[in-house]
Design a protein around this ligand. Sequence first.
Ligand SMILES: Nc1ncnc2c1ncn2[C@@H]1O[C@H](COP(=O)(O)OP(=O)(O)OP(=O)(O)O)[C@@H](O)[C@H]1O
Ligand SMILES: [Mg+2]
Length: 136
Amino acid sequence: MHEYISQSEEDTLNIARQFAQSLEGDEVVLIYGPLASGKTVFVKGMAMGLGIDENLVSSPTFTIMNIYSGEKLLFHLDLYRAEEKELSLLGIEDFLGMGVLAVEWGEKAEAQPWARGSIKVKIKPGPKTRLIVIER
Ligand SMILES: Nc1ncnc2c1ncn2[C@@H]1O[C@H](COP(=O)(O)OP(=O)(O)OP(=O)(O)O)[C@@H](O)[C@H]1O
Ligand SMILES: [Mg+2]
């Protein structure tokens, strides 16, 4: 388990970039944190670490999933509006292993078979800073 204090958006980008550089390229990363805590910022940082243009990253709230291609593939899932029963219909298993899968609102994916053994990133906002806990 690793803990980081983020004082700014730039800090979160850097923490996520370094984290992503340590990945093989086929991991599932569940991201936890309340509204506007920086989950999408963290995914942008991950994109940078995977050799992907971070400007491609936008919140897929209305599309469920975005796919970004760079040196590696990054699948970006946002489950804020997703219902548990829809999740099994997405066919996540079909592209697992082809790239890194980053999941906002990771708690909603915990029961999925593909989430077993995933890395967990927990963003805990304080009054001024955010604590970022990475469990793998
Ligand atoms: N330390 C920090 N780390 C990340 N973002 C920060 C930080 N401090 C301030 N911010 C701001 O907080 C906001 C985080 O927005 P972001 O969309 O990443 O949150 P989110 O958790 O994905 O929200 P949502 O629940 O809507 O998906 C941005 O506007 C960012 O500039
Ligand atoms: Mg978001």
